[in-house]
Design a protein around this ligand. Structure first.
Ligand code: HEC
Ligand code: HEC
Ligand code: HEC
Ligand code: HEC
Ligand code: HEC
Ligand code: HEC
Length: 497
């Protein structure tokens, strides 16, 4: 009997391989069409179509080749059928037809696997792949991201950047992450800082020029104390965000750290970069100034070279997108915006208290918040409970919202586990260096002067007294601490709650 393919193709291994490839190929085509037609995209289907099935396809092809080679060996040895050497004769129409169909098949296969690979590449760059595939694990980052100034900036713009080098690097670490998710080997919370994050030059600075930071930015704050009256105070300040090295201004201000005129590097001695015992500044004219902490014991001859960093955007803006807000801040904001009712006694205190309890999971947390606040008013203020039940319920609704947005007990993700470095009140932030205790050999101290980074231009104190000045006012701490806050670390009291 004459056969269409050469003799060595007819063996069980090759047949099995061909079956597998054909099946995977058919499925890929089918799912791709389905994907095109379906109105919403489905992360899991994407993984199947563009990652798992092409894998099977390749295994099938490997089987085909292996079967052919093995069969050829057997035929050669004359084990089963009589051996025949292949003789390509293009004058034979059968052979010609065979060759043409094989080549056509190969071209098609190559085309589709190239297309498939391209789709896979594209797919692994989408936000849904990053944010939803490992749903539970990434839920905190994804939720915070969607509510951030960068919600329209793709994950890859900050996490990978342009070019294949970092693509491969991040995919290798990504592959490990997929593995750790599948085997539930990931740690909670996800360890931060991210060691293999690409330097800001290739990410942030692709959109934000480090040269253009001009003048000051005004911010307003309203505070409420934890007393019965929720005593209110207010503050407006100009944050000196200048410092870009352009021709339009003096190079002074916060963004001075990243201007081309100087270079700041530092060594951290803990794994969260919160303890910084050594800072080096190289000035415009190449002078080196080293500031050493007078507080932290540190042997600068024996340190892990990985802990030496050159300062870039991420050393201050470590939470440009995954911001877990501090509860005082959020409750103050909701009270100031009149979403929550500031006339409810102890509303500030009870809200922060309810938010900061340790809960094992989200449903328990939301139930407990409801019960805690409701019972508090029911038993302590029955009259108010009757007359203002509506505003109590509304407030409870907002407290739950604050919780859902900022606390993720399953992953241990919240403001304490992911400290924001942009300020210094609730987390060390700027005061990691600007604590007034980093001194150079000739006695220069990294400044802790309250007016060096911002100017308080208007302040309304607890008593309702308002003062304002464009030269800067001295900060009046809302409760009397018995000594000047200038000499204290805000976090000593404010990071604990
Ligand atoms: C504007 C830039 C930006 C965008 C957009 C962004 N990230 Fe991040 N992300 C960061 C930075 C910066 C860090 C590192 C924080 C650190 O090292 O302290 C980080 C850290 C993380 C971490 C480690 C845990 C943590 O919170 O520190 C995860 C996980 C993560 N990002 C996931 C995502 C996902 C998923 C998306 C898209 C849905 C995304 N990121 C979008 C900037 C970004
Ligand atoms: C793809 C472009 C893009 C990238 C990459 C990017 N940003 Fe942004 N960023 C923006 C845009 C656009 C805004 C303005 C958003 C708005 O006002 O709604 C912004 C706003 C900001 C703000 C002001 C936020 C606020 O609360 O007003 C900061 C700070 C910032 N980015 C820092 C960073 C840092 C740090 C990185 C790198 C980790 C980064 N950005 C990466 C586009 C980008
Ligand atoms: C020394 C710490 C520090 C470094 C380094 C730093 N920033 Fe900032 N940046 C700040 C502070 C503080 C603010 C004001 C914070 C605020 O109001 O939210 C700010 C504000 C901004 C804003 C908002 C400006 C506006 O007009 O509202 C952008 C955008 C920004 N930074 C981007 C960057 C980028 C990009 C880099 C790296 C090239 C960078 N920053 C490096 C501390 C820093
Ligand atoms: C890694 C250490 C480090 C961190 C963190 C840091 N700084 Fe600095 N900063 C320095 C050093 C060093 C100087 C130069 C000494 C000085 O002027 O006090 C400096 C100087 C400054 C200056 C004066 C710049 C000028 O115009 O001369 C400002 C403003 C400033 N920092 C703001 C901030 C703010 C705001 C933060 C937090 C968001 C911050 N720094 C975090 C190391 C740091
Ligand atoms: C190295 C720079 C730096 C120094 C020094 C500094 N601050 Fe700040 N401070 C900041 C930054 C940055 C913020 C955050 C600004 C923002 O949210 O826009 C901030 C925020 C604040 C806030 C508002 C906090 C909030 O979140 O509501 C107060 C109050 C404050 N600082 C008081 C002080 C006092 C008092 C001193 C002197 C002991 C001081 N600061 C010294 C950089 C500094
Ligand atoms: C010795 C402890 C201590 C130190 C240090 C301290 N505070 Fe406070 N602070 C308190 C207490 C107590 C309250 C009242 C809290 C309350 O009623 O909820 C408070 C309240 C505040 C409030 C208003 C309440 C709110 O909503 O957060 C602000 C703002 C504040 N402090 C800023 C600062 C700043 C800025 C620093 C550092 C320069 C600082 N504090 C250092 C103990 C301290």
């Amino acid at each position: 009997m004459k056969r269409f393919f050469p003799e060595e193709v007819y063996n069980p291994i090759t047949n099995a391989g061909a079956g597998l490839s054909a099946l995977s190929f058919g499925l890929i085509i089918f799912l791709t069409i389905l994907d095109f037609l379906s109105p919403e995209s489905k992360p899991y289907m994407g993984i199947l179509t563009f990652i798992i099935l092409p894998g099977f396809l390749l295994v099938g092809v490997a089987f085909i080749l292996f079967g052919i080679i093995r069969e050829r060996g057997r035929l050669k040895k004359g084990i089963i059928r009589k051996s025949k050497l292949i003789l390509i004769n293009l004058n034979d129409p059968k052979q010609r037809k065979f060759l043409i169909s094989i080549s056509l098949g190969m071209v098609l296969l190559l085309f589709f696997s190239a297309f498939g690979t391209f789709k896979a590449y594209e797919y692994t760059e989408t936000d849904e792949f990053c944010g939803e595939v490992c749903h539970k694990v990434m839920e905190p980052e994804y939720t915070a991201y969607l509510d951030s100034p960068h919600s329209r900036v793709g994950c890859v713009k900050c996490h990978i950047g342009e070019g294949t080098g970092w693509y491969v690097k991040s995919k290798i670490s990504g592959a490990y992450q997929v593995y750790s998710v599948l085997l539930t080997k990931y740690s909670t919370p996800i360890p931060t800082p991210v060691k293999e994050l690409r330097p800001a030059e290739g990410t942030c600075e692709q959109c934000h020029s480090p040269s253009y930071f001009l003048s000051e930015k005004k911010t307003n704050h309203t505070y409420y104390l934890s007393d019965e009256k929720n005593t209110k105070s207010e503050l407006s300040m100009l944050v000196k965000i200048g410092g870009g090295d352009n021709q339009l201004q003096e190079p002074n201000g916060i963004h001075w750290h990243i201007s081309q005129d100087n270079k700041i590097s530092y060594i951290y001695s803990d794994d969260r970069r919160l303890v910084i015992p050594w800072v080096k500044q190289i000035t415009k004219d190449g002078k080196e100034i080293i500031y050493r902490s007078t507080e932290v014991q540190f042997d600068e001859k024996k340190f892990n070279p990985e802990n030496l960093r050159t300062m870039d955007c991420i050393d201050c803006h470590n939470r440009p997108s995954h911001i877990y807000h501090q509860p005082d801040k959020m409750v103050n904001l909701h009270l100031a915006q009149r979403k929550m009712d500031e006339s409810l006694p102890f509303i500030k205190s009870i809200s922060v208290h309810a938010l900061e309890q340790k809960y094992s999971n989200k449903p328990t947390a939301l139930d407990s918040i409801e019960i805690t606040v409701d019972q508090f008013y029911k038993y302590n203020y029955p009259e108010i409970y009757n007359t203002k039940l509506n505003s109590i319920k509304t407030s409870i609704g907002y407290i739950k919202k604050i919780y859902s947005r900022n606390y993720f007990p399953y992953m241990n993700a919240d403001w304490k586990h992911f400290p924001d470095n942009i300020s210094h009140v609730y987390t060390p932030g700027c005061f990691r260096c600007h604590d007034g205790k980093h001194v150079s050999e000739d006695g220069k101290v990294i400044s802790k002067d309250c007016n060096s980074c911002h100017l308080i231009i208007k302040q309304t104190t607890n008593g309702g007294l308002t003062s304002s000045s464009l030269d800067g006012l001295e900060f009046e701490h809302p409760v009397d601490l018995g000594e000047s806050v200038e000499f204290l670390m805000c976090t000593d009291c404010h990071s604990k709650n």
